[in-house]
Ligand binder design. Structure first.
Ligand SMILES: Nc1ncnc2c1ncn2[C@@H]1O[C@H](COP(=O)(O)OP(=O)(O)OP(=O)(O)O)[C@@H](O)[C@H]1O
Ligand SMILES: [Mg+2]
Length: 451
């Protein structure tokens, strides 16, 4: 007799190199990596024969323009719309990741409630009960009859519900809690996360429903799950902030429907997240006066720069090995900057602890921050406050040279808007402006800071 629910055939694939195995192993023999083997379904249903008239023929790119343009819907949070490139596109799949308790569910419940004024919204929660979501909704004023919630973790049930309910906007909270019964592995495993996101993406595309998927992050701050998850979705956004502080930053890491690097800033309140319309003034508002070790840096990875305060504290160490600690920049980057300051600037820090902090809870990956970090350290080392009208950006090369970076004009414009008129920039940027101080080597910067 034929078995009715025949289990799908499985294979084990290395997520690093693609080598396949008939059973799971801890180490991939092919590439030598550990814990990279994931379970994979190889055949789920019999292949349909492809009808020849449904196959698309190649066409010249000049004729590839589609009649229907991307229709964008608004989240009714202007800075969020802007960060996403002008709203959410129909069929767009957005992955929102962030640390536990940062406010992902709060933000998305607000977005869901706003959108439900015009469209039917389905909010799937795998982490909380519907009552918990109701309580949050009541607290932040996000209750609406057109906002449907469901506490479910089975992917097949969720897909079925989407088919029957026909929502016009979908939220999945979170991808790590949903499981497909076609796979044996537990919810949150690499293969489950991959399967769930692929299936949700497929339904979003075929039914043209915009979807926001919440993704948890690992201890290292990466999205929990395979890298391929980030490839599947159209947009990846990180929600970050410092514990104990109320500001939150949404950073768009990848976007197929707009530029990446855009940010939106929020303030977490009892009543939910409130957008910060002018992030620059928000971040530099508490800058100490007359103190050394503080400088403003125009941060940008997208089109909209934001001024942030970079602080350094250099103090005599009491340890055998001096301390180096950072918050908001990469610790390895700090080591390089310190080595350059020693070699090219004769600033010896072997008996000093060095702490660097980016105020505002933002993590700055762009190398343009190097010069601001170096200046903050120099300022603290000599105990000389940086001129309050001075702002700086540029990458530090290993020979002590200041290298040019992206978005020079935009950064200068934002700096001027806030009254900065001593703008220290890389020499090669070649900007003709009386407020600009071009610098070629770190030595010149040190001379510039000395009174
Ligand atoms: N009653 C309350 N009043 C004010 N703020 C609250 C209240 N309850 C929760 N919060 C804030 O909301 C945060 C939790 O938000 P939320 O549940 O949206 O986070 P999350 O990112 O979805 O977390 P998780 O990863 O656990 O799902 C808390 O850390 C706290 O700052
Ligand atoms: Mg949550």
């Amino acid at each position: 007799m034929k078995q009715k629910n025949k289990k799908a055939k499985k294979l084990y694939i290395c997520s690093e190199c693609g080598a396949t195995y008939p059973s799971w192993t801890g180490k991939c023999i092919s590439c030598g990596q550990w814990n990279t083997i994931v379970e994979e379904i190889v055949s789920r249903k019999p292949k349909k024969t492809i009808e020849t008239n449904s196959i698309q023929k190649p066409k010249p790119i000049t004729q590839a323009k589609e009649q229907k343009h991307h229709i964008r819907i608004t989240t009714q949070i202007p800075s969020l719309d802007e960060a996403l490139g002008g709203g959410i596109v129909l069929g767009q799949v957005i992955l929102l990741s962030g640390e536990p308790g940062i406010g992902k569910s709060t933000l998305l419940l607000q977005v869901a409630s706003n959108i439900s004024k015009e469209r039917k919204v389905l909010y799937i929660t795998g982490e909380e009960s519907t009552h918990q979501v109701f309580i949050r909704g009541e607290r932040i004023g996000a209750l609406s009859d057109n906002l449907y919630i469901m506490s479910e973790t089975n992917l097949e049930v969720i897909i079925d519900t989407i088919e029957h309910e026909n929502p016009e906007f979908l939220i999945i909270d979170s991808v790590q809690t949903i499981y497909s019964s076609e796979l044996e592995s537990a919810a949150g495993s690499v293969s489950q996360v991959r399967e769930v996101s692929a299936k949700i993406t497929e339904i979003a595309k075929t039914k043209n429903i915009p979807v926001i998927i919440i993704g948890q992050v690992t201890k290292e701050g990466n999205i929990a799950g395979p890298k391929v998850l980030e490839h599947i979705v159209d947009t990846v956004a990180h929600f970050e902030g410092e514990r104990g502080h109320s500001y939150r930053v949404l950073k768009v890491i990848k976007n197929r429907f707009g530029s990446s690097g855009e940010i939106a800033v929020f303030n977490m309140k009892d009543t939910g997240l409130e957008e910060v319309k002018n992030p620059s003034s928000f971040f530099i508002s508490e800058r100490p006066e007359g103190k050394s070790g503080s400088i403003i840096f125009p941060f940008t990875e997208g089109s909209k720069p934001v001024l942030v305060e970079v602080q350094a504290l250099v103090s005599k160490t009491v340890y055998a090995v001096p301390q180096r600690k950072t918050q908001g920049i990469d610790i390895n980057r700090l080591s390089i900057i310190l080595a350059i300051l020693e070699k090219e600037g004769n600033i010896f820090l072997k008996d000093r602890d060095v702490f660097v902090n980016v105020v505002g809870g933002m993590f700055i990956k762009e190398p343009a921050v190097d010069l601001a970090v170096a200046i903050a350290i120099i300022s603290s080392f000599f105990n000389i406050p940086v001129d309050r009208r001075l702002i700086a950006f540029g990458e530090l090369g290993l020979a002590g040279e200041i290298r040019s970076v992206h978005y020079t004009e935009q950064r200068i414009k934002e700096a001027k808007k806030f009254g900065f008129n001593k703008i220290v920039i890389p020499y090669n940027s070649k900007i003709d402006d009386p407020d600009i101080i071009p610098v070629k080597y770190i030595k010149e910067v040190i001379e510039l800071l000395k009174p």
